[in-house]
Design a protein around this ligand. Structure first.
Ligand SMILES: [Zn+2]
Length: 263
């Protein structure tokens, strides 16, 4: 490998794409541009998913043969359209964009496409895409959610499981990665009362459609007021470490042989 090897897919020349192989892992970070309350920037999810992907590629890129695709900045943020600045794709547009990008990936020697999600509202569409892309393009497709349940944190416990948006974790991560964009003097706590109706509550068996204006006046669902850069640094390291382990699993992944199949 030469010094100019950056592990950014789009830095390759067309003649260099052949160095990818069927165990190379292509990362597509998927972000969002949407309201994150008065104290965080619209690009919070994009900035954070970019930062963790850069860090994991720097740490384990050579070992795992990781290649970072340019991020998809926009996601599916329809739950936040009532707030100024939210720029969303519809579900069908997002699925079409992923399908068309995957066609290009399938034309390279690479076969492993990891969708690295930075925004919870993207998850249902990415899960649907993973199966669609497997069928249409024969790729091995994965959805990685590095920010899901990032582990124990005192501040997050105070949110009683409702730190859904612009709360303790996201605010701490932003204080660690982009403190210049955080306005802590504007951070406010807003946690909806639990127990909507038995199982028809967050975490219950009955899911329900919700929009951010159903839950919050400020746009925040959680408690960002105790967020700190120290906490953000700890969370960031844990998230990047775990994402590296998840990508090692992606690299090792194979469907087991079916009964009667000779291997
Ligand atoms: Zn977010």
């Amino acid at each position: 490998m030469t010094d100019r090897m950056s592990r950014r897919f789009a830095d390759l020349a067309t003649t260099e794409v052949e160095r990818l192989d069927d165990r190379s892992v292509l990362l597509l970070p998927v972000g969002a541009v949407e309201q994150h309350g008065p104290h965080l920037p619209l690009a919070t999810d994009l900035l954070l998913v970019d930062a963790v992907c850069d860090a994991v590629v720097a740490a384990r890129g050579d070992e795992l043969d990781l290649w970072r695709l340019p991020s998809l900045a926009y996601g599916r943020s329809i739950e936040h359209v009532s707030s100024a600045g939210t720029l969303t794709l519809s579900t069908s547009t997002l699925l079409t964009v992923l399908d068309e990008l995957a066609a290009g990936v399938a034309a390279t020697p690479a076969r492993r496409l990891a969708l690295v999600n930075g925004h919870g509202g993207n998850t249902p569409a990415l899960l649907a895409a993973a199966r669609d892309l497997r069928l249409r393009h024969g790729l091995l497709t994965f959805v990685l959610r590095p920010f899901a349940a990032p582990g124990p944190s005192e501040g997050a416990e105070r949110e009683a499981g409702l730190g859904l948006h612009a709360g303790h974790v996201e605010t701490s991560l932003m204080l660690h990665t982009r403190p210049d964009l955080v306005r802590m003097e504007l951070a406010e706590r807003e946690i909806p009362r639990q127990g909507f109706a038995g199982e028809a509550s967050f975490g219950g068996r009955v899911a329900f459609g919700w929009l951010s204006q159903d839950l919050t006046d400020s746009g925040v669902v959680g408690d960002p007021t105790g967020a700190t850069a120290d906490e953000g640094a700890k969370l960031f390291d844990r998230i990047v470490g775990r994402l590296g382990d998840d990508l090692a699993d992606v690299r090792a992944f194979a469907f087991p042989p079916r009964a009667g199949e000779q291997r």
